[in-house]
Design a protein around this ligand. Structure first.
Ligand code: WT7
Length: 655
């Protein structure tokens, strides 16, 4: 983060109190109430989590042990208990009036929409679960979803959870190559996809990418493909392998018992980028994840029975898992799912959804807010958004200007802005204001949720002082924490638990983010301290993009860094050296960008490619990314360059 931004954050003195009317009705309605919860959790974490787990979830069998942390970093929560996430999200709401309450409102891109009551959604999930069984899917079998934002995506996730088949949702914007890697890594048995989806006013095919990923027997574990018809465009189906959803699912029985799952049974795998190597399959398990998605949703949005909640994420990311599907449904709330996005023909698309469906809680990303700011308040001002009561943001640091704009222009100063810090790995929100309790400051995620031992530490695990920067870490396990990296427990240990040595000998969870804490104890998250780049809130590993570039025959070596971007948070700059005899030009630059798009997905395409004869390296041959970052941002290269092997490289790289 450039110094100027840090300066403006440090000077940020504005504080906004929770609206009195909201606080009066809130579950946690004051800082005293918040501190009391924090103190209870500190005094006896097991009692605190045990009580919440018993009260908030349905158990087929009660658990006997809250936490087994005898073999860190491998935690076991709620051992002895059996529960089912789909049961908690659906069946337990069917006893009373909630059965006829709207569970899911779906808004299609072309303007079509569908609604499901809890009873209807449960029936659809049962049919889909029976269809999966008919395809031979049983407990423990991994099912991949590669889908547009249609109700069937949520239905398929819940159907998997119902029969104990873990899901692996792969974002529909990833390429066939990226999909193939994830299908192979997981050992996926069945893929659920759609003919296509609607993006920016046109139908975009999706199924061909699945065909391409599976071509030539590349994924030998994949037996069947279930295809939802969304666009209706001609779609080749492979006999014996591909089945239409409407042909198989619609004729199934709507009776399918939820399988009692052990607390630590695998619930889903979700891939995310790290600083090194290929994406990691983050593993979450049944009870702990369910509790964390449930509790955090209840706390951070102070959910009420008449709320209409809308999270604009894609179900392909953890935000969609926890706050479109599982958190809201586990609480019996009404959740909105939107297939579209703002686009030139419909710049007010989001505001139209809020107006049409009377949304009261709106949860989106800073990158979206910055884009809205740019097109001016004239657009949102045309819509009635008086139903809004809470505004949330997630995915990347939010600059105070965007925070203020969100509060004033979208919330008319009435709605608390909830900046939520968390990660795929944490399962749910970790640091966030509580709307009825926490005074907010523009740009700060404020304070850890009760029970979350978040801290800012130095290399040795000591807490740093007020306004000193350090690493964001978590000192104690929490129910929603990831359990392992799929197929690679050592990588789990190395990536998250070995960077910082706990001063007291206890392991610490290292999040990969840098942060600072002010005199009030408020957290200010500064961004990644590793080689992860955050483009519009999407996490991309520098090394993944580098590998994609190097796989092009013209490229000898590549180094990829992020550079600050007003709209996207970070943009991608690639420094590329070519094979001997080749020289870089605009056409090759365009070809390389396209190549990265095909290897990973359009979001990973570099904004700029700089060709050079050599990259700055240390004497031991390590690429000096710090220098490249400064060069990419157009800053002077400062700090120690004495380890640089060949200083003339620097001059050649300046533009
Ligand atoms: C990384 C996790 C979990 C939601 C979506 C992203 C960054 C997330 C914030 C925030 C500053 C944030 C961090 C984190 N991040 N929320 N409120 N303020 N930074 O999930 O893809 O796993 O990325 O997103 O850098 O480590 P993810």
């Amino acid at each position: 983060m450039p110094d100027a931004t840090i300066e403006s954050v440090l000077q940020e003195g504005r504080i906004f109190q929770p609206p009195a009317e909201l606080a009066a009705r809130a579950r946690i309605g004051s800082m005293e109430a918040y501190r009391e919860l924090v103190a209870r959790a500190e005094a006896d974490p097991d009692a605190f989590w045990g009580e919440h787990a018993r009260e908030q979830l349905h158990w087929f069998e009660p658990f006997h042990t809250v936490l087994d942390w005898s073999n860190p970093p491998f935690a076991r929560w709620f051992e002895g208990g059996t529960t089912n996430l789909a049961y908690n999200c659906l069946d337990r709401h069917l006893d009373g009036p909630r059965a006829e309450k709207t569970a899911l409102i779906w808004e299609g891109e072309p303007g079509d929409s569908r609604r499901f009551t809890y009873r209807e959604l449960q029936a659809e999930v049962c049919k889909a679960a029976n269809a999966l069984k008919a395809l031979g899917v049983g407990k423990g079998d991994l099912v991949a979803l590669y889908m547009p934002m249609v109700p069937e995506a949520a239905i398929a996730m819940l159907a998997c959870a119902r029969i104990g088949a873990p899901h692996s949702v792969v974002f529909g914007g990833f390429s066939a190559e990226a999909l193939r890697d994830r299908l192979i890594d997981g050992g996926v048995k069945v893929v659920i996809t759609a003919d296509g989806g609607f993006r920016k006013d046109k139908a975009v095919a999706l199924k061909p990418a699945v065909d391409q990923a599976l071509a030539g027997g590349a994924c030998p574990t994949v037996e069947q493909v279930l295809v939802v018809r969304r666009t209706g465009e001609a779609t080749p189906m492979e006999q014996g392998r591909d089945r239409w959803w409407h042909e198989l699912v619609d004729s199934q029985s709507s009776d399918c018992p939820a399988v009692p799952m052990a607390s630590e049974d695998r619930l889903f795998v979700l891939y995310t980028s790290g600083s090194t190597g290929k994406p990691k399959g983050v593993v979450h398990t049944t009870a702990g994840y369910n509790l964390w998605a449930h509790l955090t949703f209840q706390w951070i949005f102070d959910i009420r029975d008449d709320d209409i909640h809308w999270c604009t994420a894609d179900v392909g990311w953890i935000t969609g898992h926890s706050y479109i599907v599982y958190g809201p449904l586990s609480n019996g709330a009404t959740t909105v799912m939107y297939e579209g996005a703002p686009r030139p023909s419909k710049p007010g698309a989001f505001w139209e959804v809020i107006q049409k469906h009377k949304v009261s809680i709106f949860y989106t990303a800073p990158t979206a807010i910055r884009a809205f700011m740019k097109s001016g308040r004239e657009v949102p001002d045309q819509y009635d958004m008086s139903t809004l009561r809470i505004l949330g943001t997630v995915g990347e640091p939010i600059n105070p200007e965007a925070w203020m704009w969100y509060r004033e222009v979208i919330g008319h100063g009435r709605c608390p802005v909830i900046d939520t810090w968390w990660q795929t790995e944490t399962g749910g929100v970790m640091i966030s204001p509580l709307p009825g309790a926490t005074p907010t400051k523009p740009g700060s995620a404020t304070l850890p949720l009760p029970g979350i031992a978040a801290d800012i530490v130095d290399n040795e695990g000591h807490s740093v002082g007020v306004d000193e920067g350090g690493y964001l870490a978590v000192r104690r396990p929490w129910p929603g924490m990831m359990r392992t990296v799929h197929g690679d427990p050592e990588r789990f240990r190395k990536s998250y638990w070995e960077h910082i040595l706990g001063a007291d000998g206890r392991p610490l969870y290292f999040a990969g983010d840098g942060a600072r804490r002010d005199a009030d104890g408020y957290f200010w998250v500064m961004g990644r301290v590793d080689d992860v780049i955050s483009v519009s809130g999407h996490r991309l590993g520098s090394m993944e993009i580098e590998s994609a570039l190097v796989s092009h025959p013209s490229v000898a070596e590549a180094a990829v860094v992020g550079r600050p971007d007003d709209l996207k948070g970070e943009g991608i700059v690639a420094f590329v050296t070519l094979q001997t005899g080749l020289s870089g030009d605009a056409a090759l630059g365009a070809e390389l960008r396209k190549h990265v798009g095909a290897e990973i997905g359009p979001i990973a395409r570099p904004d700029e490619i700089r060709f050079s004869d050599a990259l700055p390296k240390t004497r031991s041959g390590k690429i000096m990314r710090r220098i490249l970052r400064a060069l990419a941002a157009g800053e002077e290269v400062s700090g120690d360059t004495s380890t640089l092997e060949d200083r003339s490289v620097l001059d050649a790289l300046r533009v």
